[in-house]
Design a protein around this ligand. Structure first.
Ligand code: F6P
Length: 328
C-alpha cells in the first residue's frame, strides 16, 4: 500500500469469553484511532469474519466497556474455521477488505485459527484471552485473575457452610485441559487436595486417604477442588458420593460452571488487557507480521506467532506440593 494510505485492521474476540476482553478491545481501538488507523470489529469471532458481520469502530463505540465482563464483539467457537474451506473464506474477507492486520483475542484454539490465516497471507496479531492461563508462551492470559477471584469468593462462601455442618465439600472449577485455576484456588483457598488433568497420580483413593488422615488429626471439614478435566460429565457428583460412602462424612459437590467466566474484570485483568491491546497496535505500526503479544518476565513483547503456539506447556508440580504443605 502507498505510504499515505490509511492502515486498516480487523479485530475479533474468539472462543470462550474472558473478563478483560472488553478492556483489550478498548485499548486496541483507542490506540488505533490515536494513530489514525481504521478498525473493523467482526461479531462472533471467526463466524463474523467468514460471513462479514462487521462494524466500524471508533472511540465512542468502546466507551463505557472497560469494567464490563464478556465481550461487546460477541464470541463463538466457530466450527467452520476448523475446515480449510472456512479458513480460505476468512482469509478472502481479510484480502477483500484490504486489512493490514487482523487482531485475534482468544485462547489456544482461536490463535491456531489465526495461524492458519497467516499461512494464507493474512497478517495476524494474537492476544492471549482465556481464563485458563494455559498458553505456554506467556506468563499471563487475560481473564485468569478475575476467574480465580470469582472462584475464591465462592470457595469462601462454601467454607462457611461446610464448616458449620462439618462436611466435606468438593468444588469443581473450570479447566478442561489445564489445572491452573484449580491449583491457584487450591493454594489461595486452603484446599486439602486438588485434582488436575496434568497429574493423574492424585486420584480418588489418595484423596480419600488424605481426608481420613486429616479428620483423625482434628480437621472438622474438608475442601477438595477438582478441575473440570477430571470432574466433568457427572464425575464430581459421583466422586462426592464415593467420598461419603468411604469415609462416612457428609459430602456435597458444587459445580461452579460458567459463573467463572463472567463478572467485572479485576484491575490486574484490565491492566494486562490495556497493555497487550496497546502493544498489538504498536506491533502493527512497526510493520511486524504474525506476532503474538505476550507478558514475560514483567515485560510485554511481541514474539513470532508460530513459535509461540509451538511451545510445549510444562506442568509445574511444585504448586501441588506447596498446597499440600500448607493445607496440613
Ligand atoms: O474458555 C475456557 C473454558 O472456560 C474452559 O475452562 C472450559 O473447559 C471451556 O471454556 C468451556 O467451554 P464452553 O463455554 O464452550 O462450554
Amino acid at each position: 500500500m502507498g505510504q499515505q494510505e490509511q492502515l486498516k485492521i480487523g479485530l475479533i474476540t474468539s472462543g470462550g469469553d474472558a473478563p478483560g476482553m472488553n478492556a483489550a478491545i478498548r485499548a486496541v481501538v483507542r490506540t488505533a484511532v490515536f494513530h489514525g488507523i481504521k478498525v473493523y470489529g467482526f461479531k462472533r469471532g471467526y463466524e463474523g469474519l467468514i460471513h462479514t458481520d462487521i462494524m466500524e469502530m471508533n472511540n465512542k463505540s468502546v466507551s463505557d466497556i472497560i469494567y464490563r465482563g464478556g465481550t461487546m464483539l460477541l464470541t463463538a467457537r466457530c466450527a467452520e474455521m476448523m475446515t480449510p474451506e472456512g479458513q480460505e473464506k476468512a482469509a478472502n474477507v481479510c484480502k477483500i477488505l484490504n486489512l493490514d492486520a487482523l487482531i485475534v483475542i482468544g485462547g489456544d484454539g482461536s490463535l491456531h485459527g489465526g495461524l492458519a490465516l497467516t499461512e494464507r497471507g493474512v497478517n495476524v496479531i494474537g492476544l492471549a484471552g482465556t481464563i485458563d492461563l494455559d498458553l505456554p508462551c506467556t506468563d499471563y492470559t487475560i481473564g485468569f485473575d478475575t476467574a480465580v477471584n470469582t472462584v475464591m469468593d465462592a470457595i469462601t462462601k462454601i467454607r462457611d457452610t461446610s464448616t458449620s455442618h462439618e462436611r466435606c465439600s468438593v468444588v469443581e472449577v473450570m479447566g478442561r485441559n489445564a489445572g491452573y485455576i484449580a491449583l491457584w484456588c487450591g493454594i489461595s483457598g486452603g484446599a486439602e487436595e486438588v485434582l488436575v488433568p496434568e497429574d493423574l497420580t492424585v486420584d480418588e483413593t489418595s484423596v480419600i486417604e488424605q481426608i481420613i488422615k486429616n479428620r483423625s488429626s482434628g480437621k472438622n471439614h474438608n475442601l477438595i477442588i477438582v478441575a473440570e478435566g477430571r470432574g466433568s460429565k457427572g464425575k464430581t457428583e459421583e466422586f462426592a458420593k464415593t467420598i461419603e460412602k468411604a469415609t462416612g462424612i457428609e459430602t456435597r459437590a458444587t459445580i461452579l460452571g460458567h459463573l467463572q467466566r463472567g463478572g467485572s474484570p479485576t484491575a490486574v485483568d484490565r491492566m494486562h488487557a490495556a497493555m497487550m491491546g496497546h502493544k498489538a497496535v504498536e506491533t502493527i505500526l512497526k510493520g511486524e507480521r504474525n506476532k503474538m503479544v505476550i507478558y514475560k518476565n514483567a515485560k510485554y513483547e511481541a514474539i513470532d506467532l508460530a513459535e509461540a503456539l509451538a511451545a510445549k506447556r510444562e506442568y509445574d508440580p511444585s504448586y501441588y506440593e506447596i498446597m499440600k504443605i500448607l493445607s496440613v
